[in-house]
Design a protein around this ligand. Structure first.
Ligand code: OAD
Length: 248
């Protein structure tokens, strides 16, 4: 057992090694090193003039379903080109070391599962799934449907991405699993999230109240920073592999 990697406190290494139950919350920061812009990064190219906050809403879809569908099609192309990075892979490794491991993500890019993570709770849905805008059921467009957006094969209403938009409720089962994980963990990692959007931003505070050790991994300070026991100030792609290496 060598000395912990640079910047990982010894008592954190011991705490992670002894933890039976670990919960992790990730945000778009963990996908930044895969080339997926964080939610609050400036949009690029054609979409530079649009504010995500104005597009990821039921009102925007109501007003211009084709524009919103095209924006998600652009984001799907971005994500399709992206590969999981060492941060995603380190969390998939960590899951193998820990008795009970929950990975709660705000990201809709599906990169955690592509990296091999198994117990993934997608709080904000998944950009690769579509659902009927009327019935809410997950359904894929017919292969020959060239409409934008395509229509539901069951009821002909427009399809929409199966992601949570601003002002919408989160999937109840995912939310329940996320709070259960925060309440029952020994150690909680908050990685790559600005901690600005509820209810996800409450999860680390729930873990703190339940007596867990909370660790933040972020190159920048967030509203959570001053409350946690450990701040690992750096990028997920560098810090997480070092953290997992320290308990191998
Ligand atoms: P944000 O864009 O708000 O925050 C990204 C965070 O990642 C910031 O704190 C950055 O400092 C940090 N960051 C950037 N690069 C990083 C790196 N390489 N490693 C680690 N951290 C890095 O994205 P989120 O917090 O995920 O919700 O935003 C949460 C939610 O806001 C999104 O899921 C979305 C939006 O409303 C919905 O769409 C419903």
């Amino acid at each position: 057992m060598g000395a912990p990697a640079v910047g990982i406190p010894e008592d954190l290494v011991a705490g992670l090694r002894d933890a039976d139950t670990v919960a992790v919350l990730t945000g778009s920061g963990i996908s930044a090193e895969s080339g997926v812009p964080t939610f609050r990064d400036a949009q690029t190219g054609l979409w530079a003039r649009y504010d995500p906050m104005q597009l990821a809403t039921p009102e925007a879809f109501e007003r211009d379903p084709g524009l919103v569908w095209e924006w998600y099609a652009w984001r799907r192309e971005l994500v399709e080109k992206a590969m999981p990075n060492p941060g995603h892979e380190a969390l998939a490794d960590l899951e193998r070391y820990v008795t009970s491991f929950s990975l709660v993500t705000q990201n809709v890019d599906g990169l955690h599962r592509r990296a091999g993570s198994r117990n993934v709770v997608e709080l904000h849905g998944n950009i690769w799934r579509s659902k009927c805008s009327r019935e809410g059921v997950v359904v894929e467009p017919r292969a020959d449907d060239t409409e934008v957006p395509p229509s539901c094969p069951r009821c002909a209403a427009s399809l929409r991405p199966d992601v949570v938009w601003f002002g919408e409720a989160l999937p109840a089962d995912a939310l329940g699993e996320a709070f259960e994980a925060a309440h029952s963990c020994d150690l909680f990692l908050s990685v790559g999230t600005s901690g600005l959007v509820q209810p996800a931003a409450s999860l680390p505070f729930e873990a703190l109240q339940a007596g867990a050790v909370v660790v933040e991994v972020n190159p920048d300070e967030t509203p959570l920073t001053r409350h946690v026991q450990y701040t690992l100030r750096g990028s997920a792609g560098t810090v997480l592999p070092a953290l997992v290496d320290s308990i191998r």
